[in-house]
Design a protein around this ligand. Structure first.
Ligand code: C2E
Ligand code: CA
Ligand code: CA
Length: 733
């Protein structure tokens, strides 16, 4: 049963019922030919020919004519000149012998003529057979040729057109088409030669000649005008077509489609041609099935490759593909390596969107950002996403740095408008780092790292900008690597040290009320290292997390032993511990603080945590909730370096803050700079108004201390009161 479920309806709907082509003539044996040739007396009886037969026949006729003339003249002579013929008796004998001779010769001639005729027929048969054989051989070679042509191409469209071309060549058709079944009930022209295609681009199964052939799976030969009553929906016969064949393409009992081959007025197809086309169609159908299978496999492979080399969220290239493209670009740009640039794009404050609007909004934003980036880079550039909010662009064929900077500027510009997300509006800018190749031997990964470093610098310089990787950055990078090594060594070898700087109460005659724990590294080679030398690296490498945890525990332990807690021996004093933004992001800080307090026995109220203003502006709602848990337990929280970040009064309201530390830079200019004085004055007033404690940092002179007291500042810290001491006890006692 065919795939479409219809039973073959009409029998082979050809004008004449299908009959096998006329059998070829009986084979002629060479021996027979030779025998006959010898009988008729051909000299070259081994290879008789039509010409030899004719010649022989002429000879025979000439001979018989001559003999007849001779015999009849002898009869005439004997009648009209009896004196020449002699006596009466011998004359009768002569006449009788002439009669017998004539009869005998006639029999001989007839017999030879019969053999000559048979020889002619045999020769004719042989010629017919040879012609048929050579025709077959020609068709066979065409068929083989077609098979080879169909199999040499693998892509479906080429296979289909090769099939049609071969069929037309094989059957000397003038035009034709190949139609495939689509959606189980429709034939669709997929390739056509001549005017056959457009006219029947789409027909329903069972409709017209092609539809009937596909439905019945029976080949059809139509010579002359087809009978429209037998073909519902038959289209008008195309001009210049006198004979047409349509055969089904069947594979594993399923009709795949039909093959139409038409002839112009110069040719009429025979049943024999229909048979040949049907045979050809069998081979073609299996080739189509093979090509289709290949096509699906190729598509699957392409899909897999796409998954392996692309980011599923944005559809952009992933790191693997990017690095590969970058390597290719570098090898292409041998003479002008600077034509290749890598731009590292990082979204500013993306985490904020993700945390406040949810991950779905974050994903939406990333997809939208990818779209904007795609719109500003050239089609030849490679845009990739490396995960998170990191996008990387590979530019080729640049004139130099200026052009790369132009691309960066376009990228920044693309983020000037806010993003309209389902969950709300989000304003996100981008920081871009640019690294230009300088050597074709540059490693793609190294270029990406350089661009990343430049991007990081752009972020440090206030975000929403770009930075080009420079030699200075490279040197700094190497320096940072050395520092990181120092840091790791110090952590491994337990060479981390906490020092404590006293904090005094200005109104109580500078009485020491606590101390701030400050981190030091004691490196084997480089001696004591200050935070300014390693803090950046510690934060970038994440080493600040274990370092900070150690500082918290050590400071609380020393403070508990010294002045607070159950075993308190000295005066009551608080301990201030600095927290970095990286530590805040680890989320388990609340548990960590609680555990340390429990382990050391320090009262929560005696622990003051300091967070820089810059770190506070980046806090997510989750982190804020965590900080509220911490302060809820009685621990105090303060803002460090107040005035240096993008300070806003809302921060003071939003965070559970107890104190603000006025940055050293303002205290420095207190006596000399009116602006600094104004800032210090207003911060102190603001803190007082909100019920917060004000702490002045970096107080170096008695005048500054006096001025701060006059301005109403509560606490102070600085070299004038005490330099960092080696233990908490030494600082507060
Ligand atoms: P900070 O929290 O503002 O700490 C005060 C810094 O000012 C300390 O520098 C201190 O030695 C210095 N200082 C104190 N009084 C004076 C003064 O009168 N004049 C001058 N010129 N400087 C004074 P230090 O120890 O180098 O620390 C620098 C920064 O490193 C700190 O600034 C703090 O932000 C960070 N830091 C230090 N220890 C830690 C820590 O354990 N964890 C974290 N996350 N950051 C730390
Ligand atoms: Ca501090
Ligand atoms: Ca500070």
């Amino acid at each position: 049963m065919p795939k479409n479920g219809k039973m073959p309806t009409a029998p082979a709907t050809s004008p004449e019922p299908w009959a096998p082509p006329a059998p070829p003539p009986e084979p002629v044996t060479r021996d027979e030919l030779r025998r006959e040739a010898r009988v008729v007396g051909l000299r070259d009886f081994q290879s008789p020919s039509f010409e030899a037969v004719d010649r022989r026949r002429v000879q025979l006729w000439a001979l018989s004519t001559l003999l007849l003339i001779l015999l009849s003249s002898s009869v005439v002579i004997s009648t009209w000149a009896p004196q020449l013929a002699g006596a009466e008796q011998p004359r009768l004998a002569l006449r009788l012998s002439v009669l017998f001779l004539t009869i005998g010769f006639a029999v001989y001639s007839f017999e030879k003529e019969a053999h000559l005729r048979r020889l002619s027929r045999l020769l004719f048969d042989e010629r017919l057979l040879t012609t048929a054989l050579s025709n077959r051989l020609h068709e066979l070679s065409l068929l083989l040729e077609a098979g080879r042509a169909m199999n040499s191409v693998l892509e479906l469209p080429q296979v289909l057109s090769a099939i049609l071309q071969s069929a037309l060549e094989l059957l000397r058709g003038s035009n034709g088409s190949l139609m495939l079944i689509e959606h189980d009930d429709e034939l669709h022209t997929v390739t056509a030669v001549g005017n056959d295609g457009a006219q029947q681009a789409r027909v329903k199964l069972g409709e017209g000649i092609a539809g009937a052939v596909a439905a019945t799976m029976q080949p059809l030969l139509v010579n002359g005008q087809p009978d429209s009553s037998r073909f519902p929906g038959l289209q008008a016969r195309k001009k210049g077509v006198s004979s047409a064949m349509c055969v089904p393409l069947i594979h594993h009992d399923n009709a795949l489609g039909v093959l139409n081959v038409n002839a112009d007025e110069t040719r009429i197809f025979s049943e024999y041609d229909l048979r040949a086309l049907s045979l050809f169609a069998e081979q073609a159908a299996s080739t189509i099935a093979k090509a289709r299978l290949f096509e699906t496999q190729r598509q699957q492979a392409e899909q897999l490759a796409h998954i392996a080399f692309h980011d599923p969220l944005t559809g952009l290239a992933n790191r693997v593909l990017f690095v590969d493209r970058a390597a290719q670009a570098l090898s292409r740009a041998k003479r002008h390596p600077a034509a290749v640039a890598v731009l590292f794009v990082d979204l500013d404050r993306f985490k904020l969107v993700n945390d406040s609007l949810g991950h779905a909004a974050g994903d939406e934003l990333l997809a939208a950002a990818a779209g904007r980036l795609k719109a500003v880079v050239r089609p030849t550039d490679t845009l990739a996403r490396f995960g998170g909010d990191e996008f990387v662009v590979l530019c080729e064929g640049l004139a130099g740095e200026i052009e790369a900077v132009g691309v960066a500027a376009r990228i920044e510009e693309a983020f000037s408008e806010p993003f309209q997300l389902t969950a709300g509006q989000a304003r996100v800018t981008a920081s871009v780092g640019i690294a230009l190749a300088s050597d074709p031997k540059d490693e793609p990964e190294a270029l990406v790292r350089d661009a990343d470093t430049a991007m990081y610098r752009a972020k440090q310089r206030g975000r929403a900008g770009h930075e080009v990787f420079s030699a200075a950055m490279r040197a700094e990078k190497t320096g940072k690597l050395q520092v990181e090594n120092c840091l790791r060594r110090a952590v491994e070898q337990d060479r981390i040290v906490a020092v404590f700087q006293p904090i005094v109460d200005l109104r109580a005659g500078n009485r020491i009320v606590g101390a701030e724990a400050l981190l030091r590294l004691n490196d084997a080679d480089r001696g004591i290292l200050l935070p300014a030398e390693f803090l950046d690296v510690a934060e970038e490498s994440g080493l600040i997390v274990p370092l900070g945890a150690w500082m918290l525990r050590e400071s609380c332990a020393q403070a508990a032993r010294c002045g607070a807690g159950p075993s308190a021996s000295g005066p009551q004093a608080t301990v201030n511990v600095n927290l970095s933004a990286v530590q805040l992001a680890t989320r388990d800080l609340a548990d960590q603080v609680a555990q340390v307090l429990q382990d050391t026995g320090l009262m929560p109220g005696d622990l003051h945590l300091e967070i820089t203003e810059t770190a506070l502006t980046e806090l997510s709602p989750d982190t804020l909730a965590m900080l509220e848990t911490v302060t809820g337990s009685g621990v105090h929280l303060g803002i460090d370096d107040f005035g240096t970040g993008y300070s806003s009064l809302t921060y003071l309201r939003r965070f559970p803050v107890d104190f603000v530390k006025i940055d050293q830079s303002f205290v420095d200019g207190l006596m000399t700079d009116a602006e600094d004085l104004a800032i210090v004055e207003s911060v102190i007033r603001l803190a007082g108004g909100l019920g917060l404690t004000s702490v002045a940092e970096g107080v170096e002179s008695a005048e500054q201390a006096l001025r701060l007291l006059e301005l109403g500042c509560d606490l102070a810290q600085g070299y004038v009161f005490g330099r960092p001491a080696s233990t908490f006890a030494a600082a507060v006692l």
